[in-house]
Design a binder for this molecule. Structure first.
Ligand code: FES
Length: 325
């Protein structure tokens, strides 16, 4: 028996039970036969059901898109709720105006096998009143696909964000460094031992790859890899501000007054005190971070403003964002 058949059978049985005088056994063969079978064939109702099913599917699909684009928006609840409401409305209209309505009352007597066969034969024809079967089936498919996606997609919240793309940052050759207030950062703004936060000019400040820390140390003490020899003009170095342990912003710079009695210059993360040796390409020397901060190669333009000489040297942020080394 098809799903529609089962629904019709269940609805008929329920209506029979609720009908006064029938459930109590008052009907006899002498009464007028109350059986009725309506086959509505209402194309407008079918079109309405199809439209509501498609609407449910589209709203559920919008829910999936929102999860990927903006997982925090309150529109998530609105779209999913409206999708369920549209589905419920479609089922109500289908139940009342599309699916065959049948009343079948029988006198109480021993069941006749022939009656059973007749009932089965009638149930096999319950779809006769539906003239737009394919349209309704397609609309139901849209609704099912959308709602299935809406149910499955929230599972992605258990893993990394869909928009986490640690390898893509706004930094590229020639992009000027600006202060958080938007003022171009000049090499002369940084004295020996100073520290500044900087952003790429004109880029989205909220991107994780945007913020860098800029420090100035004695150029004679810098020990960068050979490939990075010219990345620190006048002893000025820049690194991603996002800690490679758990993604906190690095806001501390330790610079010794007397290195003979103190530790050397280092960036320190305030969350769990991971410490990065800036003179050796920000490799971690203390704390839980296991990976160096990505370095931004620097240059100084003709007006003395610091500019990026290329992209960041590696992926921004914690290793569990997909960075393997
Ligand atoms: S987040 Fe920086 S040390 Fe943990």
């Amino acid at each position: 028996m098809t799903l529609l058949g089962r629904l019709a059978f269940a609805a008929g049985a329920l209506r029979g039970l609720l009908r006064p005088g029938v459930a109590g056994g008052a009907y006899t063969e002498q009464d007028a036969d109350p059986r009725e079978r309506r086959v509505p064939a209402d194309p407008r109702a079918e079109a309405l059901v199809a439209a509501l099913l498609v609407l449910a599917g589209l709203l559920a699909a919008a829910f999936g898109v929102l999860i990927a684009v903006d997982p925090q928006t309150q529109l998530l609840g609105l779209t999913f709720g409206l999708a369920l409401a549209a589905l419920a409305a479609a089922l109500i209209v289908a139940g009342k105006r599309v699916v065959v309505q049948e009343i079948d009352v029988e006198p109480r007597k021993p069941p006749d096998p022939a009656d059973d066969e007749r009932l089965v034969a009638e149930l096999r024809t319950v779809g006769e009143g539906i003239s737009r079967r394919r349209a309704l089936a397609g609309a139901a498919g849209v609704a099912c696909a959308g709602l299935a996606g809406a149910v499955v997609l929230p599972i992605t919240a258990l893993g990394p964000s869909l928009d986490a793309a640690p390898d893509k940052t706004p930094w590229k050759r020639g992009r000027r460094l600006v202060t958080p207030e938007g003022r171009p950062l000049r090499a002369a703004d940084l004295v020996l031992g100073s520290f500044a936060s900087a952003l790429p000019e004109g880029a989205d400040k909220r991107e994780l790859g945007s913020p860098v820390v800029v420090v100035r140390v004695d150029p004679g003490t810098i020990r960068l890899p050979a490939a990075r020899r010219d990345w620190a003009p006048q002893g000025i170095l820049a690194f991603s501000q996002i800690c490679t342990h758990a993604g906190c912003a690095i806001t501390l710079f330790r610079y010794p007054v007397d290195e003979a009695t103190s530790n050397g210059p280092a960036l320190v993360c305030p969350c769990h005190y991971s410490t990065f040796d800036v003179r050796r390409a920000a490799r971690p020397i203390f704390g839980p971070a296991a990976r160096a901060l990505p370095q931004l190669p620097l240059a100084i333009d003709a007006s003395g403003v610091l500019v990026a000489a290329g992209a960041l040297s590696g992926s921004v942020g914690p290793s569990w964002w997909g960075v393997k080394s």
